[in-house]
Design a protein around this ligand. Sequence first.
Ligand SMILES: NC(=O)c1ccc[n+]([C@@H]2O[C@H](COP(=O)([O-])OP(=O)(O)OC[C@H]3O[C@@H](n4cnc5c(N)ncnc54)[C@H](OP(=O)(O)O)[C@@H]3O)[C@@H](O)[C@H]2O)c1
Length: 243
Amino acid sequence: MTVSIDLMGRRVLVAGGSSGIGLGIARRFLDADAEVSVTGTRATPDEYADTDLGGMSFHQLDIVDDAAVTALAASFDRLDVLVVSVGTVAYSRAEYTMDIFRSVIDVNLNGVMSVCTAFHPLLSKSAGSVVLIGSTSSFIATPGQPAYAASKGALVTLTKSLAHAWARDSIRVNGVAPGLVSTKLTERSRYDEAVYEASLESIPLRRWGDPADMGDASLFLASDLSSYVTGQMLLVDGGATLM
Ligand SMILES: NC(=O)c1ccc[n+]([C@@H]2O[C@H](COP(=O)([O-])OP(=O)(O)OC[C@H]3O[C@@H](n4cnc5c(N)ncnc54)[C@H](OP(=O)(O)O)[C@@H]3O)[C@@H](O)[C@H]2O)c1
């Protein structure tokens, strides 16, 4: 039996959909015939020359700018699904300095809450659905990136808290926690052959994830196939965190 997910006519926003995992998710929603909008940090879609944003509308967004988040929400008249895939990380132990620690938390946690609250009224009207993007770092230590790990850990309880609070509005709130996926966030590890080979050893399914894997999980969590699922952060990591 083939089960296909049809989101014909549903209005979807993927914040952070200009790149990587968010773009893979946006494409999956397009395949399901949804009307998809994405955000990125650059001013226009033309500034993403190497990225195919075909079929999607584009909005510029700096997620730490509350006024910009409010203005973005005001530009929508309807929303059924909100995916927040915006995220950042700092390497070389930079997250052990307080200004960098704060800036990562600001994007990965405060920014996510800001977008969720700004779109809450529209999601209430549509009895919609939210999908946040966590990480394996939501569940295990990431000693090189303490701010990243703290922000992603917080998304687990933010997901539960919003799911509980907004159930009365018939809004479901869930998350996808990806394992390693090749994007611009992870290019340092992906293109260091020794690091890459060692990472494969730690993944029982012996491959990095693809943005489309995260798209499939997000589609499930946003669709009626998961209509009794809320407050969950679904690990999609090839088994990397099983031991
Ligand atoms: N890649 C992995 O292995 C992995 C694993 C676990 C979790 N994740 C999570 O997956 C999510 C997406 O990451 P990715 O790997 O796909 O990285 P990515 O390709 O760098 O995409 C990040 C997205 O966030 C946007 N963004 C960055 N800073 C922003 C800001 N201040 N305001 C608004 N938008 C901002 C980027 O816009 P621009 O395109 O304009 O830069 C882009 O759309 C993140 O939450 C990340 O933590 C990734």
